[in-house]
Design a protein around this ligand. Structure first.
Ligand SMILES: *[C@@H]1O[C@H](CO)[C@@H](O)[C@H](O)[C@H]1NC(C)=O
Ligand SMILES: *[C@@H]1O[C@H](CO)[C@@H](O)[C@H](O)[C@H]1NC(C)=O
Ligand SMILES: *[C@@H]1O[C@H](CO)[C@@H](O)[C@H](O)[C@H]1NC(C)=O
Ligand SMILES: *[C@@H]1O[C@H](CO)[C@@H](O)[C@H](O)[C@H]1NC(C)=O
Ligand SMILES: *[C@@H]1O[C@H](CO)[C@@H](O)[C@H](O)[C@H]1NC(C)=O
Ligand SMILES: *[C@@H]1O[C@H](CO)[C@@H](O)[C@H](O)[C@H]1NC(C)=O
Ligand SMILES: *[C@@H]1O[C@H](CO)[C@@H](O)[C@H](O)[C@H]1NC(C)=O
Length: 680
């Protein structure tokens, strides 16, 4: 009996060791072989030519493809990760060749599903909250075609090694080595659509991971990336290997043409000639005549369709001008947006702002997406045209503290903009509406930090400086997790180009307008900082920057806070609705920072980078605080009121009359007049 049992266990161990030795090595030249055993999820599929397509050019999708069985990476007695080597051929076809979608990653993970992964910037690997967590056990080599500021990406065409996080441990611009001695470095465009051969190798003796790229089947001698890392804490004993990709607002088709893998040895290199050819780039020697006649038929049909299309377009008066075709974020059809918002029904109205009306909309089916559609009627065609020409810039800005622009549509003088839907509405409601539940300090501080990092991204994170021009509480929107996100960036510019050529209208909202703005007429990062300062004080004090109901001495919030600061009783300003429940140090920091940003002198204000460092506690706040500008004495604020007022609508009144100060009722009047001209 005992002998049988021993035999039984012996055969079991034999079986299991056989099973694991089966998955030590494989080679796929194309994936059409019926024995191919991959597990696909998301939008991934194997097409008729045997090409593995992780994603196509549909926005915000992810695709995974994993080898179906787990692979034993660790020696069960020593716990060390064995050497391995893999080779694969990728091809990336962006919807817009210069721009590209998000990229793909060779992935080693504990599961095949990666259930918590999000599409978009996380490459289908992680989500917004689990980045950097060592319980992820994810190792990936990314082929990234977007520069994501949040993850410190070096450019929009790089490879990187990622461990448990999308902040690469090491990354390099995509390149390969060639030449007789293999030392000539050549740039490589990941988005070019050409098949790119990649090798990922790990040597357990030296703990070295090498990533090598090439345009041919021969492996260059020098890797483009090397990282010394012991993989044993990161890998579990059995892991799944495969690929993951995602698309964002801009999308790419991500293809894998072939794949080989081997434990403890060098994997087979793939012969490019024996792989299926990349879609879109057809082989030259296909039947020429058929091609020509098909082309001719297509051309004729195309012309007819085009003619019908053009006639229909003219009838619908939805004219697409040539410059509009070059714009990148999705251009929606007017009918589509009309349907989405139930013909702009009042019941779908989310709010009315200075720039127009905002409707809730539902786009697509399976899954439905909720969006916010902003409808702006603009008398000046010129303004719309300039704005639309900037849409491609605005559409490419992505940061978790910005409200993402999905697309747009223009119909005559109407401009429709499609944004992410923000379920919690805008910050000002929570601060000022008595009927709303108020926010606690923790929530307020998180919102402040979020908005600061969004604004820093606009100022420094993108290839060109983007000035928001209209930072204020009603432009801060709150997502499902009560994160603050800045909306309407760039929109203020629409109103910059007034109907009077030659004059620049000052755009912004009173109380948030930097004093130098009306004088210079030029918005700068400094004027955004000024507005952000007003927002800081507002969030801490629960009061608008200019409160006409307040007593004359308290009319201007900055003045009020500064007076209390001088008296040493600044905590009196803090919003009473928090009932004294807040972190005193944080509140003091925010108030102090608010006063610093409100300096009349542009030079006296900190930069957004400094602000973010202060808020994160990375650097100490300065000890001394300068007066933000005593409005009545040195003429700062009042001077601005005076100069603005006299130039725009009180030309006849003497400047002395305006200088009498804010206490007199006539000045109160002028404030409300300014409010009307500025479209508050
Ligand atoms: C992408 O694939 C999905 C599902 O396979 C399909 O519904 C969609 O139309 C495709 N999109 C494009 C742009 O080919
Ligand atoms: C593919 O692999 C899975 C998991 O190892 C296995 O259950 C299935 O039978 C395999 N299918 C084929 C066709 O080999
Ligand atoms: C594990 O490592 C030990 C010591 O290096 C070696 O003797 C053994 O063969 C290894 N086992 C496997 C399954 O590779
Ligand atoms: C992110 O993933 C983790 C698991 O890794 C999960 O617990 C969490 O709920 C996910 N968060 C979101 C926002 O999806
Ligand atoms: C890491 O993830 C695990 C499981 O999802 C979670 O319990 C843990 O709190 C996370 N750790 C951190 C630091 O986020
Ligand atoms: C690099 O990898 C290690 C794991 O070995 C990880 O703990 C660390 O956070 C990574 N560093 C960066 C900058 O991502
Ligand atoms: C990795 O590259 C280095 C040269 O940079 C080379 O010395 C080493 O042998 C390579 N390791 C593997 C596993 O290919």
């Amino acid at each position: 009996m005992a002998i049988y049992l021993v035999l039984f266990f012996f055969s079991l161990t034999l079986l299991s060791s056989q099973a694991s030795s089966q998955t030590d090595e494989f080679t796929y030249s194309g994936f059409s072989d019926p024995k191919t055993n991959l597990t696909l999820n998301g939008v991934a599929l194997i097409d008729n030519d045997g090409i593995l397509r992780l994603t196509n050019e549909t926005s915000r999708q992810l695709g995974h493809a994993f080898y179906a069985s787990p692979i034993q990476f660790k020696n069960s007695t020593t716990g060390a990760v064995s050497s391995f080597s893999t080779c694969f051929v990728i091809s990336i076809h962006p919807e817009y060749p210069r721009l590209g979608g998000h990229g793909l990653a060779f992935t080693v993970a504990p599961t095949k599903e990666l259930k918590s992964a999000l599409p978009s910037q996380y490459l289908g690997l992680l989500n917004s909250s689990n980045g950097g967590n060592s319980s992820n056990h994810i190792f990936a080599v990314e082929f990234d075609t977007v520069q994501d500021f949040e993850f410190g990406d070096i450019n929009d065409n790089h490879v990187g090694i990622d461990i448990n996080s999308l902040n690469s441990n090491v990354s390099a611009a995509a390149a390969y080595f060639s030449g007789d001695d293999g030392s000539v470095k050549n740039d490589l465009n990941l988005k070019g659509g050409k098949p790119i051969v990649a090798w990922v190798e790990y040597d357990s003796a030296t703990n070295l991971v090498n990533v090598t790229l090439s345009l041919s089947s021969t492996k260059p001698r020098i890797p483009v990336l090397s990282l010394q890392v012991d993989l044993s804490p990161i890998f579990q004993e059995n892991m799944f290997i495969g690929f993951s990709a995602s698309t964002g607002l801009l999308a790419s088709s991500h293809y894998i043409l072939g794949w080989s893998f081997k434990m403890n040895g060098e994997t087979k290199s793939l012969d490019l000639g024996s792989l299926p050819s990349v879609p879109g780039i057809k082989k030259k020697h296909t039947r020429l005549i058929t091609t020509i006649s098909i082309t001719a038929i297509c051309f004729i049909l195309g012309s007819i369709l085009l003619a019908v299309f053009v006639i229909k377009k003219i009838k619908n008066r939805e004219v697409i001008e040539s410059w509009e075709l070059e714009i990148v974020p999705h251009r929606y059809k007017y009918q589509e947006l009309k349907r989405a918002t139930k013909s702009f029904k009042d019941s779908e109205l989310l709010g009315t702002g200075g720039f127009g009306r905002v409707y809730r909309g539902t786009l697509g089916r399976n899954p439905e997406t909720q969006v916010a559609v902003k409808r702006i009627s603009h008398e000046s065609n010129q303004g719309v045209r300039e704005f639309v020409s900037e849409i491609s810039t605005i559409g490419r800005l992505r940061h978790r503290n910005l409200v993402q622009l999905h697309g747009w549509c223009r119909r005559g003088a109407d401009l429709l903009l499609v944004y992410d839907f923000m379920p919690n509405g805008s910050l000002d409601k929570f601060l000022f509406e008595e009927t709303q539940p108020t926010l606690n300090w923790e929530q307020r501080f998180k919102i402040i930090k979020g908005v600061a990092s969004g604004l820093l991204y606009l100022h420094e994170g993108y290839e060109q400086i983007v000035i928001h021009r209209d930072v204020k509480a009603s432009n801060v929107l709150l997502d499902g997790e009560m994160n603050g996100r800045l909306g309407d960036f760039g929109l203020a510019k629409l109103y910059d180009h007034g109907s009077n050529p030659g004059t620049t209208r000052v755009v912004g909202t009173l109380g948030y307008l930097a004093p130098e703005l009306p004088r210079t007429g030029r918005a700068t990062t400094g004027s955004d900082v000024f507005a952000f300062g007003a927002l800081l004080l507002e969030v801490a004090c629960g009061r608008r920057p200019i409160e006409s109901k307040a007593g004359p001495d308290d009319l201007v919030l900055v003045d009020y806070v500064w007076n209390k600061w001088k008296e040493g009783s600044v905590l009196d300003c803090v919003d009473g609705r928090m009932k004294g429940d807040f972190d005193e140090n944080e509140v003091l920091m925010v108030l102090k920072l608010g006063l610093m940003c409100s300096s009349n002198e542009q030079k006296g204000r900190p930069s957004m980078r400094q602000i973010v460092s202060y808020l994160d506690g990375e650097i100490e706040m300065p000890e001394v605080l300068r007066a933000p500008g005593t409005f009545r004495e040195d003429g700062g604020f009042e001077d601005y009121l005076h100069s603005y007022a006299s130039s725009s609508f009180e030309k006849t009144s003497s400047s002395n009359q305006n200088r009498k100060g804010l206490k007199s009722s006539s000045s109160q009047n002028s404030i409300s007049k300014i409010e009307t001209t500025l479209n508050i």
